[in-house]
Design a protein around this ligand. Structure first.
Ligand code: 5GP
Length: 145
């Protein structure tokens, strides 16, 4: 019975991983508005954990860890992904990382956490509005998949 449940969990998790990857591989890199614009404009709901004039952070809809938060710039300014960064983006990039540290503290991740920025199809990026994943609340593994 226990083996049965373990097997089921393994099948379910591989399905979830496959759909994340499928979403990334079907996403078309572009500077068009994304679902995150709707979140910024409060057109669709999300669970906000932090907000200031430049940055918004909210819980990922498909959490990969007990704590999984997305941290995004409110103004994309061409930053569809990190690979599009230019010198003018240094301030916002630094601010996003510093905000990740503030949120990690706010969320009680004293034992550590992981920051992820997926970029492009090979990096498994599915939403083309730069975002930092803040993951925590469990032991991470290395190397990542
Ligand atoms: P990426 O794969 O581009 O690095 O990450 C995009 C993330 O956005 C995924 O982890 C996905 O679960 C999350 N996501 C996609 N749509 C929504 C949504 O409508 N609401 C929230 N909260 N997260 C979303």
């Amino acid at each position: 019975m226990e083996e049965n449940i373990k097997g089921r969990i393994s099948v379910l998790s591989s399905h979830i991983m496959a759909s994340e990857k499928a979403a990334a591989l079907t996403a078309v890199p572009s500077d068009s508005p994304t679902i995150f614009d709707k979140i910024i404009n409060k057109e669709i709901p999300c669970n906000v954990v932090y907000e200031d004039d430049k940055v918004l952070a909210f819980k990922d809809i498909s959490p990969q860890a007990p704590t999984h938060i997305l941290i995004i710039p409110k103004v994309k300014d061409g930053l569809t992904g990190l690979s599009k960064a230019e010198e003018r983006h240094c301030d916002i990039l630094g601010r996003l990382l510093y905000t990740a540290k503030l949120i990690a503290k706010q969320e009680g991740l004293e034992d550590g956490f992981r920051i992820v920025i997926n970029d492009g199809p090979n990096g498994c990026q599915s939403v083309y509005h730069l975002h930092i994943h803040l993951l925590g609340g469990r032991q991470m593994n290395w190397p990542p998949g």
